[in-house]
Design a binder for this molecule. Sequence first.
Ligand SMILES: [Mn+2]
Length: 319
Amino acid sequence: MDKTRLISNKIAHRGYSGIPTFLRSKYCEDLNKLDADYVVLGVPYDEGSPFIGGSRFCARSIREQSLRFGGGALYDIENDREYLREAIENHRIVDIGDIDILPSRGDLSMEKLSKVINLLSVENLMPIVLGGDHTITYPVVRALNNPIHVIQLDAHIDYSEEIEGMSYINSTSFRLLHKLSNVKSLTQIGIRSMRDERQNVIDAKKNGSKIITMPEVRKKGPENLIEHLPSGEDCYVSIDVDAYDMSMVPGCVSAEPGGFQFDELKKLLRNIAIEMNVVGFDFVEVNPSLDVRTGSTSYLGALTVAMFLGFIDAKKNDY
Ligand SMILES: [Mn+2]
């Protein structure tokens, strides 16, 4: 019998077997030996979640759900197209595991995150960052080597004032990153929460943020939002799972009604991938301990990350 068929591997791709790296990519823990185009990195940090913690397990559960995409590609029947087949076959996606989080030392943990992102950025390797809560976007963006536009997909603007030195909390991330000298613009899409404070919205706009509320997304159509973005320029995209409608994300503590349906977010992400030069992205705020037993929120996360990466890869390789 063929020995390669004895253990779970790429060919025997049951969703419940195998070591859970993202899309069964190669695991590389030596940052000096990275050979990849796309680098998946987990940040199991949820100490920035002031309500119900648990999103530290987001990256792990997204990796587990990603094992269910076992066909060696993502197939989209909508346009009869396969995504990521060559990237997967040629090991262009590499998983480097998780940032070594120091419990109760968010400052040091986020410094480690920034260091890793900077190492990737100077090598022109695209980071795909799995949260954690939304705290992580600020330490990621500050470590990117080149000037970028930031696009945030979220129900909330995450633009609270930094109080009593709390820099590493999920509600302040975008106020902090907006001040960075490498951030050329901030566009916040899908905003709708009635828990956001008016003064923070005023501040964000005053500082130049372009806020596109969810009702505006619907009015304009998600495929037309791109006209509000600087086409062709480098951008970093941050996706909070609560951009999706509350009904779709039971495993998200901050879910809000009136959010994106899947097809709407798909259209938007495809357009961003085509029209902008995406240099990295993150996906945050899945809390698996709150999810339904099928892990549907983590599944949606794995699908969204893989799909967006597929769109980016298709653009890069011109197919
Ligand atoms: Mn957020």
